[in-house]
Design a protein around this ligand. Structure first.
Ligand SMILES: Cc1ncc(COP(=O)(O)O)c(C=O)c1O
Length: 358
């Protein structure tokens, strides 16, 4: 029996994708082998990789003026790759601090260049996106970095900034969850393991004119121009994760694309936030306007009740609802592959738990 999996990542994958992978596990399209066993230079793999990229471009409406790269190392390695590719060592970059993932990106970038934190919501315990009116942008920044969705805190930009320098966004936990205008961005990056596939793959979309000036000591596999030149195959790419991401992209197209998936995601999130808003028992630590559609964080009146909630939910097949260890409480990650039925089952349990313990 499959469970309703609210994991923040690696996270639930569409069942149809897993079934397709199962069907093709031993024999991919008559090749007599699994994709896992195939050379990344084989025609079959090169074709499926190109098809996955083409489907991703189609979903995200990415034009020819951007490279789409399929890399390794997670979003974490991009925290170094971005300054290495986009700046010289003494240059200034702007970062907005909206929580744990922004902070990590800032810390890493500081090793390579001079980071100006333009705004932070740390003082209010990361309960909001700092009001854009108060941002202290540098006049010489090479780019502005944001994390579009803070997976741990559960806060998300509803309105994206429009700076005069290239906008760089960590979209690990909300890529492909809603339509965006890629032309607003210089670069976006995301680990695959929330909305795209299994762990091991990192997708980078970078405007072509920003490539080609990487520092001389940039590792080969992190150099965007080099990787773009060889279709992300300067070394062995994460072939199976790439294949699975391709299946997810096809599945998304079958769902009707990003506008359709956004409607589903909004409905799921509203179902949960409605319960929280109408309850004296549950509460959200995040200001209403910035609440994430992907990671719904909430608490009950005390830490022991939170613990009981997570344990009892788990016992009935609603798993991975524990909040991140740094913040406690509960977190329901409701990425694209989590069905409305999972959210409905969670809401039913929330009502029961409140009636019993409230
Ligand atoms: C928003 C965000 N950025 C970065 C990361 C780190 O990603 P990775 O583990 O792929 O390096 C995560 C992981 O959960 C994340 O949620």
């Amino acid at each position: 029996m499959r469970k309703f999996n609210f994991s923040a990542g690696p996270a639930a994958l569409p069942e149809a994708v897993l079934q397709k992978a199962q069907e093709e596990m031993l024999d991919y399209e008559g090749t007599g082998m699994s994709v896992m066993e195939m050379s990344h230079r084989s025609k079959e793999f090169v074709d499926l990789a190109a098809q996955a990229e083409s489907n991703f471009r189609d979903l995200m409406n990415v034009g020819d003026n951007y490279h789409v790269l399929f890399l390794q190392g997670g979003a974490s390695l991009q925290w170094a790759a971005i300054p290495l590719n986009l700046t010289a060592s003494n240059q200034v970059v702007d970062y907005v601090d909206t929580g744990a993932w922004s902070q990590k990106a800032i810390k890493e970038a500081n090793k390579y260049c001079s980071v100006n934190v333009v705004a932070s919501s740390k003082e209010s315990n990361y309960d909001r996106i700092p009001d854009a009116d108060g941002w202290r942008l540098s006049d010489n920044a090479k780019y502005l970095h944001i994390c579009s969705n803070e997976t741990i805190g559960g806060i998300q930009y509803k309105q994206l900034p429009n700076p005069s320098v290239p906008l760089v966004a960590d979209m690990s936990s909300d890529i492909l969850s809603r339509p965006i205008d890629i032309n607003q961005f210089g670069l976006i990056y995301a680990g695959a393991q929330k909305n795209m596939g299994p762990a091991g793959l990192t997708v980078v979309v970078v405007r072509k004119d920003l490539c080609g000036q990487a520092r001389a000591d940039t590792p080969l596999t992190l150099n965007y121009a080099v990787q773009a030149d060889v279709d992300s195959m300067s070394n062995t790419p994460p072939t199976y994760a790439w294949y699975l991401a391709g299946l997810v992209f096809s599945w998304l197209q079958q769902q009707g694309g990003l506008a359709a998936i956004e409607a589903q995601n909004t409905a799921k999130a509203s179902t949960l936030y409605d319960v929280i808003n109408n309850s004296n028992f549950y509460s959200s630590p995040v200001q209403t306007q910035d609440r994430s559609v992907m990671n719904v964080t909430f608490t009950s009146p005390d830490a022991q009740l939170d613990k009981d909630f997570v344990a009892q939910a788990s016992a009935r097949g609603l798993v991975n609802l524990k909040g991140h260890r740094s913040v406690g409480g509960m977190r329901a990650s409701i990425y694209n592959a989590v069905p409305q039925a999972a959210v409905d089952a969670l809401v039913e349990f929330m009502h029961e738990f409140e009636n019993e313990r409230g």
